[in-house]
Design a protein around this ligand. Sequence first.
Ligand code: ZN
Length: 218
Amino acid sequence: MTYITAAQAGFMACHACGHVDERATPPAGAHERVPPQRCSRCGAPLHQRNLDSIPRTWALLIAAALLYIPANLLPVLHTSSLVGSQDDTIMSGVVYFWTSGDWPLAIIIFIASILVPMLKLVVLTLLTITAQRRSPWRPLERAKLYRLVERIGRWSMLDVFVITLTVSLVRFNSLAVITAGWGALAFASVVVLTMIAAMQFDPRLIWDNVDHSGQHDE
Ligand SMILES: [Zn+2]
């Protein structure tokens, strides 16, 4: 079965209200940066694809990858008590909970703050590279990966939540003074930047070259 997409037929969907409009032909001689066509129903600007999706996703991904380093090297918690003070990175926290027998907590922290952010960076990098090269490689799997990354985005703040909880709990019941370190700020930035990167990535780019190559025909 062959089909053509709405884009090939000259239509664009509105991001805001879902209304489908016919794409106006740009005036002759005008170059790319003409003001965008607006939705005939709600007035929102219409785009065939998110504007500059790939460079914007790259910028956010690179920033997130750079901040991933201090997020893991700098202390996320600073504890000072009568017996001395201690700085804990994410990994030393995992090791501490693991060796003190709290292994479920150790596993949760390891997955939520080391594994998941790294996997998100890797998956988004893979999606951006393949979209940039207009690769027709496994579009369905890539679309599923994208949905997965979007879905786990909301759980990424779990770790920031754990840090906040630890700080407030320890403040309540001991003489120790515990504060969040710079690593926590870097970690929160990694989480926010990857979330925005996932939003900037336009998943329709995955299918752009697939429709033309006829791979989807069945
Ligand atoms: Zn609209």
